[in-house]
Design a protein. Structure first.
Length: 254
């Protein structure tokens, strides 16, 4: 079926805003994947050639990523990839922890507010957590855990809470990659922070759910902060090939 806009065109050309969002998404994903590493310069002309867009959207994309904490902009020096620092990690995890509290309050305020389809999704992800913990690679564990967290938030139907939580997931992926995190007790984490949390939600135990959610995020934050300053951490270690880090103490993301 053909749909035309008001001018009669079937497909509208990409707008300046869409070009900026496209460029930002591509650069952000490259940083998360480690193709651009901390300290790497992000030269506008090179990015323009790589993305096949004009220079203005690339410049605006870099400004957007600077606001998000992925990129650092310096006068007369241009843009470079920002290293993970303690302030950024603390901010992101405190926000995600707070958004989770909002979600749990909403879901457990009334009996049966958590829909059967959402419970089934959470149960599957909890089962996967235990199963994936036995795999040699931790990639599926990390992916499944982020999906489990998002599934709890999604179940609320609270659009702003869902959007804000989802947007910060990119930061978590970046932290994992740049810090080279190796999770050393995946089975224990799955049982303690995923299965038990699911059971608390299923059984409507608000106090237990809140306690586990807080403990889960507090432990993750503790692990990241320990690894930033090269200290040992309970349940996590560095893989030895992590990129340059910043040990700046919590004082804001910029």
């Amino acid at each position: 079926m053909r749909h035309a806009n008001e001018t009669g065109a079937i497909l509208a050309p990409m707008t300046q805003m869409e070009s900026t969002q496209f460029a930002a998404e591509q650069i952000r994903n490259a940083i998360i994947a480690g193709h651009f590493k901390p300290g790497d310069r992000l030269v506008e002309q090179q990015l323009t050639d790589m993305l096949n867009v004009s220079r203005h959207p690339v410049r605006e994309a870099l400004r957007l990523l600077a606001r998000e904490g992925f990129v650092e902009l310096k006068r007369n020096k241009g843009a470079s990839v920002r290293a993970v620092d303690a302030g950024s990690v603390t901010e992101v995890y405190n926000i995600r922890m707070a958004l989770g509290k909002i979600a749990l309050d909403h879901l457990l305020a009334q009996p049966d507010r958590l829909a059967p389809v959402d419970l089934k999704r959470l149960e599957k992800l909890a089962d996967n957590a235990v199963r994936f913990a036995k795999l040699d690679s931790q990639a599926e564990t990390v992916r499944n855990d982020l999906e489990f967290q998002q599934a709890i938030i999604d179940a609320t139907g609270l659009q702003r809470t869902i959007r804000y939580f989802s947007e910060l997931t990119a930061d978590v992926r970046r932290f994992n990659h740049q810090l080279g995190v190796v999770y050393t007790d995946r089975t224990g984490d799955a049982e303690k922070y995923v299965v038990k949390l699911f059971e608390s939600l299923r059984d409507g135990k608000s106090g237990a759910a809140h306690e586990i959610w807080h403990a889960k995020f507090a432990k993750a934050l503790e692990r990241y902060l320990s690894l930033i300053v090269d200290k040992e951490s309970d349940g996590a270690s560095r893989n030895g090939v992590g990129p340059q880090l910043s040990a700046r103490r919590p004082s804001g993301r910029k």
